[in-house]
Design a protein around this ligand. Structure first.
Ligand code: SF4
Length: 351
């Protein structure tokens, strides 16, 4: 069991972040926010795959105008992502976004940031302060270079300013595309303050490389008890980010759901495990199971029966057939072509 650092809790609409709240998964739409229908479609897809909070870019006033339509029909809270323009941030808050994300460094003067803080205070919504290795302040970069200390110093500078404004509903992110740098920065900030942390590796890559980099970066920190909400940044459909995020939490037992134990296949494999496992996993995903159940799909009689017996439901392959197990007991033999349907049928009886 991972012992999590207890941070100050903030609420993004009905989703709590920090304290004892479960770690939430976030993603960001990549549709044109001005196209409310397309954006909503993507938000629904993300929510149905386990996304808890969605972020949308608000680059101009037309995007602000689309917000009420989006906010009226979203199934999960929305964070408005604002750069450079404090007026847009204030307008997005007035339209009812549940949180905003800014990098105070690119908003401009403290006066402008203060105006955003005042608007957020009035609307009772939190602000995510997002510091990025790519946009550090000049003096900090000069003093520290692009280092973990620089990211921490930059974030703490804003934290101090927000505190002088008596605004504490903040969460922090310190992102870099380097995994070791990100890990180091989050470890340091976690020692320096108690605000909830949003974890992510920025510009992580495509589904393949980005998932690995994010899993290592986010996973290392989560395993140390650091982090309250996560976003996997991928050059892919947002729903892919959500799937990877959920799986990272599942791997660390930080979220309930199905767990697959699948034989990696070898020269002894007696049934066509790979497509069977892929299809079963896809079907089970659709079932949106939020309970811990283990499903073993094993290819032979060497490790197969052992793993299948340990799992809630499992099969161990033989020649052209498999033995179906449920909680350690053999249920029956099934022929290879019926494995998927029989497994799914059996899994649904557990729910
Ligand atoms: S379970 Fe059997 S088939 Fe699968 S990898 Fe292990 S020995 Fe090979």
């Amino acid at each position: 069991m991972i012992e999590r650092k207890k941070t100050r809790q903030v609420s993004i609409d009905n989703v709590q972040i920090g304290g004892n709240a479960p770690i939430s998964v976030q993603s960001m739409t990549n549709t044109d926010t001005r196209n409310a229908e397309k954006t909503l479609e993507q938000i629904y897809a993300c929510a149905s795959h386990g996304c808890d909070i969605i972020r949308v870019a608000v680059p101009d006033e037309k995007a602000v105008e689309a917000l009420p339509t989006i906010l009226d029909r979203v199934p999960i809270p929305v964070i408005g992502d604002i750069h450079f323009n404090h007026e847009l941030a204030i307008q997005a808050i007035e339209k009812g976004v549940h949180c905003i994300r800014i990098n105070p460094g690119n908003i401009g003067s403290n006066d402008k940031v203060k105006k955003i803080i005042d608007a957020a205070k009035q609307a009772h919504i939190p602000i995510r302060i997002g510091v990025n290795a790519g946009s550090l302040e000049k003096d900090i970069k000069k003093k520290f270079g692009i280092t973990a200390d620089a990211l921490v110093e930059s974030a703490m500078r804003y934290v101090r300013f927000f505190e002088t404004q008596e605004f504490y509903d903040i969460k922090l992110s310190l992102k870099a595309s380097s995994v070791p740098l990100t890990i180091k920065a989050y470890r340091k900030i976690s020692e320096r303050c108690n605000f909830p942390l949003h974890l992510g590796i920025t510009e992580a890559g495509t589904v393949f490389s980005g998932s690995i980099r994010s899993s290592i970066g986010i996973g290392t920190l989560l395993a140390e008890g650091i982090g309250d909400t996560i976003r996997v940044s991928l050059a892919a459909e947002p729903v892919e980010e959500v799937k990877v995020g959920v799986e990272i939490l599942r791997a660390l037992d930080l979220r309930k759901g199905p767990h697959f134990i699948v034989c990696p296949t070898c020269g002894r494999t007696e049934i066509d495990i790979i497509p069977i496992a892929q299809q079963v996993e896809a079907e089970v995903r659709k079932m949106k199971i939020r309970e811990n159940i283990s499903i073993a799909i094993m290819g032979c009689v060497v490790n197969g029966p052992g793993e299948a017996e340990e799992a809630d439901i499992g099969i161990a392959g033989g020649k052209g057939q498999a033995v179906l197990f449920r909680k350690g007991k053999i249920l029956r033999k099934i022929s290879e072509e019926n494995i998927i349907s029989e497994l799914i049928k059996e899994i649904s009886t557990l729910l």
